[in-house]
Design a protein around this ligand. Structure first.
Ligand code: ZN
Length: 279
């Protein structure tokens, strides 16, 4: 059985009304959550990597600076995923796999901190950003300088054709079983970004469904609330996003034992097992 815990690697602030229709005007904190999966055979696996100092380094100059102006990011050196793992005795080189939901900067800023990790993600997600540069990259939330030089050499892109029906839970039943034991299964969650993916984890504390940015707040899938029209402008496919949101709601009703964890929902984060705390 794998152990699953969560840590917050930095956060940003946005008015709540941007991320959810009917939300408040006041700014709200959005943590960048990293899932830490301790697998008895595979070692330490991360799902997304949150922010790190590299985000500040990579957004000093234009046009990348525009990203930091639109999204005020807060992350201290000791708050990166690598630093928090190290503080609990897990060295960066002990992280064997990093699974990425998509390539927005708040998910990949810590990617370069793990020198021996293999990277897994949907091939279509990488294809959607790999040729981007300059303003086009910034507009897509992609900062190439966050990725290490050997990123592709250490990657295992997963093609959609590799998804197997029945590997995960309906309506997201097609999945890719990352370690061939059913413990960690990658599924497509279309809409937010091209090639956006989530993860089913069968942990010793029960089943979890990590939905990354398929919704920003738990309330969004519970009440079926879309983001604001402004947020929809940066969305890859608004209709697909809605279908994904409906699917998460359906799953949460049909399988109430599965805990749904969006990446940036502070309410959810407060209730999940925290990395480094005794259980
Ligand atoms: Zn995103």
């Amino acid at each position: 059985m794998v152990k699953l815990t969560f840590l917050e690697a930095g956060h940003c602030f946005h008015p709540e009304v941007i991320v959810i229709q009917g939300g408040r005007l006041a700014k709200r904190k959005f943590p960048s959550t990293v899932a830490v999966i301790e697998h008895p055979r595979e070692g330490v696996i991360l799902f997304d990597t949150g922010y790190s100092q590299r985000f500040h380094e990579q957004t000093r100059k234009f046009p990348e600076r525009l990203y930091a102006m639109v999204t005020p990011v807060h992350v201290r050196p000791e708050e990166s995923a690598a630093a928090q793992l190290a503080a609990r005795g897990i060295a960066a080189r002990d992280v064997t796999h990093v699974v990425l939901s998509h390539f927005h900067a708040d998910h990949v800023a810590g990617v370069g901190d793990f020198p021996r990790a293999r990277y897994s993600y949907l091939r279509s997600g990488w294809d959607g950003v790999r040729e981007l540069s300059g303003l086009g990259a910034v507009a897509a939330g992609f900062l190439r300088g966050l990725l290490p030089g050997d990123f592709e050499a250490r990657s295992r892109p997963i093609a959609s054709e590799k998804m197997r029906e029945g590997a995960a839970l309906a309506p997201f039943s097609a999945g890719f079983d990352l370690f061939d034991d059913g413990s960690v299964v990658l599924v497509e969650l279309p809409g937010h970004a091209k090639g956006h993916a989530g993860l089913f984890v069968r942990s010793d504390a029960g089943p979890f469904f990590l939905v990354a940015d398929a919704c920003w707040l738990a309330r969004a899938y519970q009440d079926l609330k879309m983001p604001s029209p402004i947020a929809r402008l940066i969305m890859h496919d608004s209709a697909a996003y809605r279908r994904t949101l409906e699917g998460i709601r359906q799953l949460s009703r049909e399988q109430p034992g599965v805990r749904v964890v969006p990446c940036h929902c502070s309410d959810t984060y407060a209730a999940v097992p925290a990395f480094g705390e005794p259980r």
